[in-house]
Design a protein around this ligand. Structure first.
Ligand SMILES: Cc1cc2nc3c(=O)[nH]c(=O)nc-3n(C[C@H](O)[C@H](O)[C@H](O)COP(=O)(O)O)c2cc1C
Length: 215
């Protein structure tokens, strides 16, 4: 199967963690990353955390919109996370959502971290905050995270340099996803169980693999 036809069976979800609507810089970069993934053939969607009901995000109530968002992440092969830098780290909104996910919810998924800060001082929020967060859920995180400051935008439009960093991170995500899919397809488990998770590109988590091996 060609890479292009493989890509059209893959899904990407963008997670927006800023409450700042259209004026959010991290959201603008997320839109650019999602558009790039769509351009190379992936099916894409965006989960806007600020639109989700707070009670359910805090785990105090159930809400279909939050359950859908969790399911959208579960179904994705690529997860792009875009957050403002708050207090030298990612937004609390992102943390409460990720606290709702299973501990291996991002296993066999590739993650792209994007952060927008008020200045360059907290550049390491990507490496000290976002990367460990994504890795803790099992994600493979692309080498090239994207950090933006207000000087990278003119009238809300990102600079060419920022867009190039987005494109590079997206291409890394596509390569890593192709490798992940190939690894999953070649797992010994497929000898006894022909595509035990349905579609060959469906994403078994480590837990699903253990369960399938035990049954
Ligand atoms: C509560 C709060 C805390 C912030 N903390 C930081 C910070 O620690 N470091 C930083 O560089 N910028 C900080 N900022 C600035 C934001 O990161 C910056 O405005 C960013 O563009 C917001 O992302 P957004 O445009 O996607 O909403 C903070 C802003 C707010 C409202």
């Amino acid at each position: 199967m060609s890479l292009i036809s493989q890509l059209s069976s893959l899904r990407a979800v963008g997670i927006a963690a800023s409450p700042n609507g259209e004026s959010s810089r991290s959201r603008v970069l997320l839109a650019a990353a999602v558009a790039s993934l769509r351009d190379v053939g992936l099916k894409t969607q965006v989960v806007d955390l600020a639109q989700l009901p707070a009670e359910a995000l805090l785990g105090r109530a159930a809400a279909p919109a939050v359950a859908r968002a969790v399911a959208d992440v579960a179904a994705a092969h690529v997860v792009v996370v875009a957050t403002p830098v708050y207090r030298a780290s990612y937004a609390g909104l992102l943390k409460v959502f990720f606290d709702l996910l299973d501990e291996d919810a991002l296993a066999d998924k590739v993650a792209v971290p994007i952060a927008a800060g008020g200045g360059a001082g907290h550049l390491l929020a990507i490496d000290h905050g976002l990367r460990p967060l994504l890795s803790s859920l099992g994600a493979t995180v692309v080498p090239g995270g994207v950090y933006a400051t207000p000087s990278g935008f003119v009238d809300g439009i990102p600079s060419e340099a920022l867009l190039q960093r987005i494109d590079r991170a997206v291409m890394e995500a596509v390569s890593l996803t192709a490798a992940t899919v190939a690894r999953i397809e070649n797992q010994p488990i497929s000898h006894g169980l022909a595509h035990p998770f349905g579609h060959p590109f469906a994403h078994p988590s480590e837990r699903q693999v253990r369960h399938a091996r035990a049954s």
